[in-house]
Design a protein around this ligand. Structure first.
Ligand code: R5P
Length: 350
C-alpha cells in the first residue's frame, strides 16, 4: 500500500488542510471494496465510484404490489468489505428501509465488513424529547441501522454531534466545513460577517469565523411550529456588513428566510450569502429562498438536488462531498486514521 499525492487538489492555505490531498493506492494486497448505491443519491455514489476508480455493484430494487420493497445484488460480495451510499433524505422512510434492506442483503450474501455512508442522516432533529410523549427518532434510526447489521457508519455534519453516541458500532463523523469554507475563501469576502441563525449553531458558526478570520453574529430563533420561525434578537454588530449565514440543514427554508429579513431590517447589506451542508429544500423552500437580498446559496450534494430546484434557484452553488467520502472509504479500507482527513489532527471539530 502506498501513499501518493493527488496533484489535482491544492491544499487550502490555513490550518484546514483537507486530506483529499492524500490519496491511497489500495494496492494489490487488499481486496477492492465493493460500493453499492441505494436510490437516494445515485449521482453522488457514481461520483464517489469515479474518484475511487470502482464500478458500483449492480443491484435491483422492486416494490411489490402491496408496497413492500425487494432488493437483490447483481454479483457476489462474498468476503469483500462493502460500502453503501445512502442518505436518508426524502422520501425519508423509503430511503431508510432501502438502506436497512441493503445492509441485511449484504450480510446474508456473506460480505465482509459493512460500512454505511449516510451523508445526510435524516430524522436527526428529533434527538431528544422536547415535550412528553414524543419519540427520539435519531436514536431509533441508529438502533435500526445497528440491528440490520452495519459494522460502521460514516455521516457528515450531523444535526447534533451528540448523535455519534447513539451508535454502539463504529461511527465516523465527517464535516463539510473545510470544503465550504474553501469555497468561500475563493470568493472575495469584504466586510463580511458570519451569522448563526440560532444559538444551537454557534459552535459551527464560530469554526467558520475562525477559519475565514471574520467576525460573528448570532440570531436568537424561536420556532413557532415545524414550518414557521421567528427571530427574537440579533447579537452582534451587523450594520453595513455582508452576512454569511451558516447552518447545517436548509429544510423548509423558513429559518433562512426569516434570518435574511431580520438581518436586512437590522441594517445589514441586502447581499446575504447562505452556507449549509444539507440542501433538503423541501416543499416551498425554493420559493422562500428566491429573495432579492440573497446573493448566493452554497450547499453540498449530500442530498440530491432536483433539476426544478436548481432552475428555481439560480443563486445555488453546489460543492461536492464525493472526494471527502471517497477518501474516507480509502482510509477505512486501508485501516488508516480518518482524523487525518482534517488538518487539525483531531476529531472533526463539531
Ligand atoms: C435547526 O436547528 C437547524 O439547524 C436548521 O436551522 C433548521 O433545521 C432549518 O429548518 P428550516 O429550513 O425548515 O427552517
Amino acid at each position: 500500500m502506498t501513499l501518493t499525492s493527488d496533484p489535482g487538489r491544492e491544499a487550502p492555505s490555513d490550518t484546514w488542510i483537507v486530506a483529499t490531498k492524500t490519496i491511497i493506492d489500495m494496492g494489490e494486497s487488499v481486496a477492492p471494496p465493493c460500493l453499492i448505491s441505494g436510490t437516494a443519491n445515485e449521482e453522488l455514489a457514481t461520483a464517489i465510484a469515479g474518484e475511487l476508480g470502482l464500478e458500483l455493484l449492480e443491484r435491483r430494487f422492486e416494490v411489490f404490489p402491496d408496497g413492500e420493497m425487494y432488493v437483490r445484488l447483481g454479483g457476489s460480495v462474498r468476503g469483500r468489505d462493502a460500502y453503501i451510499v445512502q442518505p436518508t433524505s426524502a422520501p425519508v422512510n423509503d430511503n431508510l428501509i432501502e438502506l436497512l434492506l441493503l445492509i441485511d442483503t449484504l450480510h446474508r450474501a456473506s460480505a465482509g465488513r459493512v460500512t454505511v455512508l449516510v451523508p445526510y442522516y435524516g430524522y436527526a432533529r428529533q434527538d431528544r424529547k422536547f415535550i412528553g410523549r414524543e419519540p427520539i427518532t435519531a436514536k431509533l434510526v441508529a438502533n435500526l441501522i445497528t440491528a440490520a447489521g452495519a459494522d460502521r457508519i460514516v455521516a457528515i455534519d450531523l444535526h447534533s454531534p451528540a448523535i455519534q453516541g447513539f451508535f454502539d458500532i463504529g461511527m465516523d463523523h465527517l464535516t463539510a466545513i473545510p470544503l465550504l469554507s474553501e469555497y468561500l475563501k475563493e470568493h472575495s469576502l469584504p466586510d463580511s460577517i458570519i451569522v448563526s441563525p440560532d444559538t444551537g449553531g454557534v459552535k459551527r458558526a464560530d469554526i467558520f469565523a475562525r477559519v475565514l478570520d471574520l467576525p460573528i453574529a448570532i440570531l436568537h430563533k424561536r420556532r413557532a411550529s415545524a414550518r414557521t420561525v421567528e427571530m427574537a434578537a440579533v447579537i452582534g454588530d451587523i450594520r453595513g456588513k455582508n452576512p454569511i449565514i451558516v447552518d447545517d440543514i436548509i429544510a423548509t427554508g423558513g429559518t433562512i428566510r426569516e434570518a435574511v429579513e431580520t438581518l436586512v431590517r437590522a441594517g445589514a447589506h441586502p447581499a446575504v450569502r447562505i452556507v449549509a451542508t444539507h440542501a433538503v429544500l423541501a416543499g416551498e423552500a425554493p420559493v422562500l429562498l428566491h429573495h432579492p437580498a440573497i446573493r448566493e446559496i452554497v450547499v453540498t450534494d449530500t442530498v440530491p438536488i432536483r433539476v426544478e430546484v436548481r432552475q428555481a434557484l439560480p443563486t445555488l452553488r453546489v460543492v461536492s462531498v464525493a472526494g471527502l467520502l471517497a477518501n474516507a472509504i480509502r482510509r477505512l479500507h486501508a485501516g488508516l486514521s480518518l482524523s487525518e482527513l482534517f488538518a487539525r489532527g483531531e476529531a472533526p471539530p463539531i
